[in-house]
Design a protein around this ligand. Structure first.
Ligand code: URA
Length: 251
């Protein structure tokens, strides 16, 4: 199949798409021995011989699926203008260029998936696809049944009401309450803003589950590869509702 050269290069993990464009216009990329400098140019990654600086571009990149326990104090973007630490710097020993599936705030910790499989990531992060995400939220003081009910039913945020959530109190101490909040949307700072909307002050926020995959015993900063079974399960869970229905047992 013909694909744009910059896409082929970025999928091969050689560079970002933008950087790949620079390589092309600089005359560093050749297809079947002929230098190509035009940005719209296409090639067939399976049939054409693509080289960068005369060296063949390795196309069959291994797909990697990583579960990281993100510590507080890291950004999930690939670059930070403020120079804050970036989550991928925690993946010592991972040579492939992986990127986070969705995002977690700088101050949020817990389960973050990273991969170099763009298609898998898009399926999961797609807002219509409704993968459950569970968060443990420590809030100041106590939480009333009314506050739990409002969070669960949906609260009005600037851009509209949140979808119903599953919410329950996990633990109470003298000064704090731990809530479990399960949502399937992924709006910007959603859990924090939901809590603010019902006058709860968040002291700590940790994602503990993504679909059927749990964070388990990983300590902050530790990571592991997902098993093949987890990768396949998440792919199913992230499928569109029609796909999930079609694959459900007994249908
Ligand atoms: N909700 C938030 O408020 N922050 C996150 O990082 C994730 C969900």
């Amino acid at each position: 199949m013909l694909e744009r050269l910059q896409k082929i290069l970025s999928q091969a993990g050689v560079a970002s798409r933008r950087e790949a464009e620079g390589m092309i216009t600089a005359g560093r990329v050749a297809v079947n021995g002929a230098v190509v400098t035009e940005l719209g140019s296409k090639a067939d990654p399976n049939r054409d011989r693509i080289t960068l600086d005369g060296r063949p571009v390795r196309l069959a990149e291994e797909r990697l699926y990583i579960l990281l326990n993100k510590p507080v104090g890291y950004v999930t973007t690939m670059k930070d203008p403020q120079g804050r630490p970036i989550v991928t710097s925690l993946l010592k020993g991972v040579k492939e260029r992986v990127f986070p599936v969705g995002r977690l705030d700088y101050n949020t910790e817990g389960l973050l998936l990273l991969t170099n499989d763009g298609e898998w990531a898009n399926t999961l992060a797609h807002p219509r696809h409704e993968v459950d995400k569970e968060y443990l939220v420590r809030v100041r003081g106590s939480v009333s049944p009314e506050q739990v009910r409002r969070l669960a039913e949906g609260v009005d945020l600037e851009e509209g009401r949140t979808a119903p959530a599953r919410v329950h109190v996990v633990r109470e101490s003298e000064n704090n309450t731990w809530l479990s909040v399960t949502i399937h949307e992924g709006r910007y700072r959603q859990v924090r803003r939901m809590c603010e909307a019902v006058s709860l002050s968040v002291v700590r926020l940790k994602r503990s589950r993504y679909g059927s995959v749990e964070i388990g015993k990983l300590r902050p900063g530790e990571y592991r590869l997902l098993t093949a079974d987890e990768v396949a399960r998440l792919r199913r869970e992230g499928g569109s509702p029609a796909e999930r229905g079609a694959k459900a047992p007994g249908r």
